[in-house]
Design a protein around this ligand. Structure first.
Ligand code: 3H9
Length: 479
């Protein structure tokens, strides 16, 4: 059962349960519709809907998008919630994305946990919201915010959602808070579909259109979403929903949505295989050898992920260059608002720059990122091998050299892997994990865990010239 219901003192508790992220497929839609009828039949005072496993719902089950839609469809289920005489309250933990956010918006009230996120990321899958998102969100937060959230697809945090008027409260325990809501207050809240649509603002749409053409060039869904929001403003609510649904269904089977879905599932499929998941060494302190462009970028990525980082360089000039480059990356993050001053100070506190290999003695991972010279790599790995704990992982960021040859001279070649970053290392998503002939499962697993911690997409490569990314690049250049 993907939707479970229970009631206590006339309060209904409806749990969405489709692990791991409560994706909304046919069974969940059916269960929700039955829950609406159950709550009405039992004349409950309110229904509190929440997700199992600390996640509200990650949206429609994108695995269903290749098949014809099966009833009941999400828009009709959500209309039933919105129009019900029993008020529903969404208690949001984890994420409420896409159809998950649309469920929440069809409820009379929304309460979010402080670390939860809500949003309509449909455009990132090449579609637009298909269950009322383009009609309900502008009614709740106004045009500007709705256009931004729907066309850019970026979820927002609880405080921002509260300021925007998308949620009514931010509480540590949203289910308990939903139980505590005063019945009279709840009874006074108008169903979302009865809210007035905001007034049309042609300038806002013109500017948004220009912005999208520049920022999301070539992508169909963001511009179609904009059209649908605009057209919906002058339509009665249920007609706005119908035109939205039509565009959603059209885009869903189109080539852009198919390609973006393929990328989404391919990236998830690239994570650690089951037999490697629990073997990783816990990395708290990492060493980066070489503070050039690549090394500094790697060091910054590790700092941004909360690790203690030591950068080793050959001499004082190298140290100065590394410090300057990392400093510039910090400044850029500060300027773009990715981190605040306190976080920048914390990153600086966690960084050490040194010429002494003894600084690596307490680290669990070292990544060498010096220039491509086998003799230099041998020397560095030997020095690390001598000072680091026996179970520490030694990684090379080489782009072309033979990882097996590097491992062969060490006392324990099983602890050597390649961790091939792409420039700029703190931004590019791909991380190639290069498996040597003798690399241990533990070392490979540590590579996967690091990729997850850094928010990167890991891809396992064998030892060969250029691994995967650079081989693709070579063919591309040839063509
Ligand atoms: C939509 O909602 C349309 C509606 O408007 C209209 C409908 C009518 N479907 O990423 P993870 C799987 S469009 C199916 O590794 P995390 C994922 O494949 C949707 N499966 O975890 C993986 O499976 P496996 C709009 C999904 O903690 C597992 O869950 N929503 C979906 O790093 C764990 O995922 C979105 O675009 C899905 N929608 O991140 C949100 N989502 O274990 C897309 C996840 O077999 N999802 N799975 O490899 C995300 O952004 C992230 O998955 C999330 C969790 C942040 C939720």
């Amino acid at each position: 059962m993907q939707v479970t219901m229970r009631s206590e003192n006339h309060v209904g508790y409806v749990t969405l349960s489709n692990p791991p992220v409560n994706a909304i497929g046919q069974a969940l839609r059916q269960g929700l519709l039955e829950a609406v009828r159950w709550a009405e039949r039992d004349r409950l005072d309110r229904v509190i809907v929440f997700g199992a496993g600390g996640v509200f719902a990650a949206g429609a089950d994108a695995k269903e998008f290749d098949s014809p839609p099966q009833a009941p469809h999400l828009p009709e289920v959500l209309n039933a919630i919105d129009e019900s005489f029993v008020p529903w309250i969404a208690a949001i933990e984890g994420v409420a994305l896409g159809g998950g956010a649309e469920i929440a918006m069809a409820c009379r009230m929304r309460i979010m946990a402080p670390d939860a996120r809500i949003g309509l990321p449909e455009v990132t899958l090449g579609v637009i919201p298909g269950a009322g998102g383009t009609a309900r969100l502008p009614r709740l937060v106004g045009l500007q915010k709705a256009v931004e959230m729907i066309t850019m697809g970026k979820p927002i945090g609880a405080q921002e959602a509260r300021s925007a008027g998308l949620v009514h409260a931010v509480e540590d325990d949203p289910i308990e808070a939903a139980f505590m809501v005063n019945s009279e207050e709840l009874g006074c809240i108008v169903p979302t579909w009865e809210f007035h649509a905001p007034a049309h603002d042609p300038d806002l749409f013109r500017m948004a259109r220009e912005n999208l053409k520049a920022k999301m060039a070539g992508q169909e869904a963001p511009l179609r979403a904009l059209e649908v929001i605009e057209a919906g403003l002058s339509l009665p609510f249920h007609q706005a929903l119908m035109q939205e649904r039509q565009v959603f269904l059209e885009l869903k089977t189109g080539p852009q949505a198919k390609a973006l879905r393929h990328i989404f599932f391919a990236q998830r499929a690239a994570k650690a295989p089951a037999h490697l998941r629990d073997l990783a060494l816990e990395v708290r302190h990492a060493v980066v050898v070489g503070g050039g462009t690549m090394g500094a970028g790697i060091a910054y990525a590790l700092l941004a992920a909360g690790l203690q980082v030591t950068v080793l360089e050959a001499d004082a000039a190298g140290l100065q260059r590394a410090e300057d480059t990392i400093g510039k990356l910090t400044e850029a993050s500060l300027k773009r608002g990715i981190i605040d001053a306190a976080q920048a100070a914390d990153q600086r506190r966690r960084m050490t720059l040194s010429t002494e290999y003894s600084e690596a003695a307490s680290a669990q991972l070292a990544i060498e990122a010096v220039f491509e010279d086998m003799a230099v790599k041998h020397e560095i790995l030997a020095k690390l091998d001598a000072v680091m704990p026996a179970d520490a992982v030694l990684a090379t960021n080489t782009s072309y050299l033979d990882v097996n040859e590097m491992a062969a001279r060490l006392m324990d070649p099983t602890r050597v892997i390649g961790l091939h970053f792409f420039a700029p290392a703190h931004i590019m998503k791909l991380l190639e994990i290069v498996q040597g002939a003798q690399s241990s499962d533990r070392a490979i697993s540590t590579g996967y865990a690091l990729a997850k911690r850094l928010g990167k997409v890991p891809v396992l490569a064998g030892v060969c010239d250029g691994f995967i990314g650079n081989r693709i690049l070579a063919r591309y250049r040839e063509a």
